[in-house]
Design a protein around this ligand. Structure first.
Ligand SMILES: Cc1ncc(COP(=O)(O)O)c(C=O)c1O
Ligand SMILES: [Zn+2]
Length: 462
């Protein structure tokens, strides 16, 4: 595996005396079959809490692949349970779960941040390898289970040289992830958990990039992947999934039709549904976007984030990360103004935002070349809309022609061939700037969520 290895935590803990003592203690107890330790020796409050940790609170084993003395390092994990994002009901995290059993809304993994903060420190992060698993204490992988990893996360944050004009513009380049999109983050964590919790066959509806990521991580984990895609998904995504050994089923319809087909067949086929926000861990992988952003900006969040929004998982994940980091004492109360960028042909969030609605009505004739934005109904719509409002941000729709046009502008000025979803954010920046919603000198981040290379069909005749 690529990460984590001992380089990921290059003996940061071992050089520090305290850490070394705690590691030894953990090792000692673990060999007698205990699973709650380390912090309990130092902190009475955590000792009390430890009794409730049940199966969720275990230890990560990370094998050393270097010449360092210690063979094994441990990364404690502090997810305690799952909590419904709508009704607050609690669910166990020790078995496969999809949606809240009470109200059918998304579940979130809850992290004991007080306990996590004992080993997860801002200062020691710098010594860990650039990978999303550097934040392992706030990720949900239990026990001595190795993550299913292909080297995801730790992506560059690149300063725009020309496109930003009078804006302090930064591009978080997610196209360098495995399978060339940010979907790798969610799938690394979700496939790791699904495998650990006993799933053998994974199914996902996908606009393209999520399918490619699931296919890769499932292959790596030796699990079956069943990927349902609209027939007009970019060729590159379809071919990629097949070459990664997945079962690909093309559907005449939209991603919602793909999801419905999985829902119809999953019980009979024994598939675990990996739809975004319909299982609790893809959003955990995506939240590392927020952790990385804060870390790369030296713990000062930008003024504005422009995020290409389909299901909204990255936006929701980042917001969760910001809240967690505030509890950890890493950042203050200030949040970026979060903007959801959608396509004119499929803009349910924009429509609901403008109409001041709590949920977004389904778009019936959804169409756009930005396949990742062709999501007519998102299960986390109420969460997205809350974030946009709480952050004093907004929602904006861009048409396909503009995306195509801006792609070349970004490419020729910044040297990045961005996905059309990201191109929509660059176009949105121009509009928001002219509308005075972004001011001169403000620090803005755009997520280049994927590579333009996957969308050659869209650019062929331009
Ligand atoms: C390149 C790209 N950008 C953005 C999105 C939308 O992501 P989210 O579901 O987090 O809103 C997708 C989803 O497929 C995508 O592939
Ligand atoms: Zn609920």
């Amino acid at each position: 595996m690529v990460a984590p290895d001992a380089e990921l935590y290059p003996i940061a803990g071992i050089r520090e005396h305290q850490f070394a003592v705690r590691f030894s203690f953990a090792l000692g107890l673990r060999s007698y079959g205990f699973h709650l330790y380390m912090h309990s020796s130092r902190d009475g409050a955590i000792l009390r809490r430890a009794a409730n940790f049940s199966q969720c609170h275990q230890i990560h084993r990370v094998k050393s692949t270097t010449s360092h003395k210690r063979a094994t390092l441990y990364c404690p994990m502090f997810v305690t349970h799952l909590e419904c994002s709508a009704c607050g009901d609690q669910h166990e995290c020790s078995r496969l779960q999809n949606l809240c059993l009470t109200c059918g809304k998304p579940l979130f993994a809850m992290v004991d941040l007080a306990a996590a903060s004992q080993t997860l420190k801002r200062e020691t992060l710098a010594t860990r390898k650039k990978s999303l698993w550097r934040y392992c204490e706030v990720l949900p992988l239990p026990g001595d289970v190795e993550p299913v990893s292909l080297g995801e996360g730790g992506t560059p944050l690149v300063r725009a040289e020309k496109f930003g004009d009078d804006i302090d513009l930064w591009i978080k380049d997610e196209s360098v992830n495995p399978t060339q999109s940010f979907k790798a983050r969610g799938m690394s964590v979700a496939v790791s958990m699904a495998k650990h919790l006993g799933a053998t066959k994974l199914a996902v509806p996908s606009a393209g990039n999520a399918g490619g990521a699931l296919a890769a991580y499932a292959a790596r984990a030796d699990l079956e992947a069943h990927i349902f895609m609209p027939r007009d998904t970019p060729q590159a995504n379809i071919i990629e999934c097949r070459e990664l050994g997945a079962h690909v089923i093309l559907i005449d319809g939209l991603i919602t039709d793909c999801g419905a087909e999985i829902a119809r067949r999953k019980a009979k086929e024994g598939w675990f549904d990996m739809s975004t926000l319909k299982e609790p861990y893809r959003v955990e992988g995506k939240k590392t976007l927020g952790y990385e952003l804060a870390e790369q900006f030296n713990w000062r969040l930008p003024d504005v984030v422009l995020y290409p929004t389909g299901g909204g998982t990255g936006l929701i994940g980042m917001w969760k990360a910001f809240n967690e980091m505030e509890v950890l004492g890493w950042i203050g109360k200030k949040r970026p103004r979060m903007f959801a960028v959608q396509a004119t042909g499929c803009a349910p969030i924009v429509r609901a935002f403008e109409a001041r609605e709590r949920n977004a009505a389904e778009i019936l004739d959804a169409h756009t070349i930005a396949s990742g934005l062709r999501v007519p109904k998102a299960i986390g719509d109420f969460l997205i809309l809350n974030i946009l409002r709480q952050s004093n941000g907004g929602a904006i729709a861009i048409d396909d022609e503009e995306m195509i046009h801006v792609t070349r502008e970004v490419g020729s000025s910044e040297g990045l061939f961005v996905a059309p979803e990201a191109a929509a954010c660059f176009a949105a920046l121009k509009s928001l700037r002219s509308a005075g919603k972004i001011g001169s000198g403000e620090r803005v981040v755009i997520f280049n969520t994927g590579s333009g290379i996957k969308y050659l069909d869209c650019y062929q005749d331009q």
